[in-house]
Design a protein around this ligand. Structure first.
Ligand code: ACO
Length: 209
């Protein structure tokens, strides 16, 4: 048994509606495949390069295998593979990966949200809920994220929740066909007085649903 898994996070109300975060499910296949296929141009520039063409990697038949491996990683305590819902509808994913315990107690966080609901505070709320979960029940000390400098929307999300910039990682990750520079941002538990969600609510970006 690993602390913090499984868990349901939220709700938090934002401009677009009510945001909740919960473990991925086998029955997310259709919504996942439909959004990921339709929104290729929105997602592909920011995501790790895959070893098969986009449509093949996002066919509905791919999800069950991916779901099982995500769940196996979660059960081993290595990962928190979550779905983001807006008003109860699947609209993206929030993933905490490379969970290391011991003296490091660290992980990375990553996310995507359907362009249909972009600019409404959904990713900001989901990441805030994820961070509070990491620093609370999961017991982590540090959470980091990497983002392409060109990804203005994602940088806004990271800054909204209070990530601090640590540096530029040159040719860090194979994204959209090339090794791309990434900004490294991080937060440690000492930087969170109370909770990240509380801070979001106090700043007027979200409210308790
Ligand atoms: N330039 C500057 N700011 C922008 C731009 C832009 N081109 N586009 C959007 N924004 C701002 C919005 O105004 C908003 O700012 P605000 O909160 O001050 O109003 C902010 O960016 C976005 O905040 P949210 O509404 O909380 O985020 P959203 O739900 O729209 O999701 C996300 C943003 C996740 C980046 C989404 O567009 C997406 O999935 N993009 C494709 C995949 C991706 O880039 N994922 C992140 C990879 S990096 C990582 O995972 C650490």
């Amino acid at each position: 048994v690993h602390p913090g898994w499984p868990a349901d996070l939220g709700p938090l109300r934002v401009r677009g509606g009510v945001v909740t975060v919960r473990p991925v499910r086998l029955r997310d296949a259709a919504a996942w495949s439909r959004l990921r296929t339709a929104e290729r141009s929105h997602l592909e520039p920011w995501e790790p390069t895959g070893d098969a063409p986009w449509d093949a990697r996002h066919h509905i038949s791919v999800w069950p295998g991916m779901y099982r491996s995500l769940r196996a990683e979660a059960r081993k305590g290595h990962m928190l593979p979550m779905a983001i819902e807006l008003d109860g509808q699947f609209c993206g994913q929030l993933t905490v990966g490379n969970i290391i315990r011991g003296a490091l107690r660290s992980a990375w966080i990553g996310y995507w949200v359907s362009k249909d609901v972009n600019g409404m505070g959904v990713a900001t709320a989901a990441v805030a809920l994820g961070l509070d979960h990491c620093f609370g029940p999961v017991g982590l000390h540090r959470v980091e994220a990497t983002v392409r400098p060109e990804n203005a929307a994602s940088r806004a999300v990271l800054s909204n929740v209070g990530f601090r910039e640590e540096g530029l990682l040159r040719r860090y990750l194979d994204v959209y066909g090339s090794f791309r520079d990434h900004l490294l941002v991080a937060m440690t538990v000492e930087e969170v007085p109370g909770s990240v969600s509380d801070r979001l609510v106090r700043s007027g970006r979200a409210s308790w649903a």
